[in-house]
Design a protein around this ligand. Structure first.
Ligand SMILES: [Mg+2]
Length: 404
């Protein structure tokens, strides 16, 4: 059966929210991100793009390129609230949708055309969002996620585009190969070196040539360039917290071991947050003594998913919590008050070095497993972790070794 997939993307989301709060910022070059010298641009307005500014670049470089730009330190909490309002509107109008990031959504409208035109329905949804939130949003509609996402990007800013069934290839053909999702700077460079700049060129090549040059990525890029994609829309479920705990086979009083386990837990949970593009604003540490008395402590923090911020806080909390000289039966950690946030680790305080470090660590974990990179202090705790993305609609896996 033919699918109809809608992609919705809020335009320069952080910038748009800042302009909603302060209308004087409209039509002016605007940079949102870390304001320290080593900060990174999280979002930039269209007015800055002509100067060569793009998100992800060092703030200092952006300021040099566009000195007249107004620089604003972003606020994850504010953006999350506005994102939630948009989510609520979509939830009301569409039965099956996926929230792929703080400002992006996919919806499966398959079969709705029997009652009502899908494009008409999508257009009305977009107008409702604009009217009710005051935020500009663009949409793309086609038979799959990849083509719809490319269509949205072609429609931007604040517009919409439908790719009719059967016209996927001709729609993609004249575009730069850079526009295919997953073709980053490095892949683009490799393709350019081969003389491939346009999607059309890939369409005219046999798949195995791409595969020989770029491996498994090559065949995926080839499929996408040909408008082929069958990844499903993953239903949205708002998970409010993630946690992990450990009951010991033998109660322990070994503080070094306890700290090591807490670090391993924190590291693993934080990795899961980043994988699910989430940030936490509240830590809970729990401890149960051998006499079954259980104590816990809660602490509010600014939104983050960074180990180097979470771990010291957790160890601090454990230090004040562990005040009875008794054997410990269980320790646990919970991260709650979760919000979506994928742009940065600690949205507006990171430096480029920190971001690169986390990207590199997570890249290794995605490829070789979540135990492939760990802190030396957490090496004693071998069995913490091994979970898939807990935010993709799947229930969390209960670990076999974990006692309830
Ligand atoms: Mg966006």
């Amino acid at each position: 059966m033919q699918k109809t997939i809608l992609h919705l993307d809020l335009d320069t989301f952080f910038v748009s929210v800042e302009r909603l709060i302060n209308t004087e910022l409209r039509n002016r070059p605007l940079l949102v991100g870390g304001t320290s010298d080593r900060g990174v641009v999280a979002a930039c307005s269209y007015e800055t793009r002509g100067f060569g500014v793009h998100s992800g670049m060092p703030m200092r470089m952006a300021k040099e390129l566009c000195p007249e730009a107004i620089v604003i330190r972003g606020n994850a909490g504010t953006y999350s609230k506005h994102s939630d309002v948009v989510t609520e509107i979509i939830k009301e109008k569409v039965p099956l949708f996926e929230k792929s990031s703080i400002d992006e959504f996919y919806a499966d409208l398959s079969g709705m055309d029997r009652f009502y035109g899908c494009y008409k329905y999508a257009s009305e949804l977009r107008q409702t969002i604009i009217k009710e939130t005051g935020l500009p949003i663009s949409l793309g509609l086609s038979i799959n996620k990849v083509v719809s996402k490319v269509a949205t990007n072609e429609a931007k800013p604040n517009n919409q585009l439908k790719v009719d069934f059967g016209y996927e290839k001709p729609f993609l053909a004249p575009l730069s190969i850079k526009k295919i999702p997953m073709v980053g700077d490095k892949t683009y460079q490799t393709l350019c070196n081969l003389g491939i700049r346009q999607v059309r060129t890939v369409q005219e090549m046999p798949m195995d040539v791409m595969q020989r040059v770029l491996g498994a990525n090559g065949s995926l890029i080839w499929k996408r360039a040909n408008g082929l994609d069958n990844t499903p829309v993953i239903p949205f479920c708002e998970r409010k917290s993630i946690s992990t705990e450990r009951t010991f086979d033998k109660d322990t009083i070994d503080v070094v071991k306890l700290r090591g386990i807490l670090i391993a837990m924190a590291e693993n949970l934080a990795y899961q947050l980043r994988k699910g593009e989430k940030l936490t604003a509240c830590i809970t540490v729990k401890i149960r003594y051998s006499d079954f008395n259980t104590y816990s402590k809660q602490f509010r923090i600014p939104y983050t998913s960074a180990d180097h911020i979470l771990i010291p806080k957790i160890l601090d909390m454990f230090k004040t919590l562990y005040n009875r000289r008794l054997l410990v039966r269980l320790v646990g950690i919970r991260f709650s008050h979760l919000v979506s946030g994928n742009y940065q680790i600690n949205l507006f305080e990171d430096t480029e070095e920190t971001l690169n470090l986390y990207h590199a660590m997570d890249h290794i974990r995605n490829r070789f497993g979540d135990k492939s990179v760990i802190r030396a202090s957490a090496m004693g705790a071998k069995t913490i972790g091994r979970m898939n993305n807990p935010f993709n609609g799947q229930p969390p896996i209960v670990l076999a070794h974990r006692k309830q």
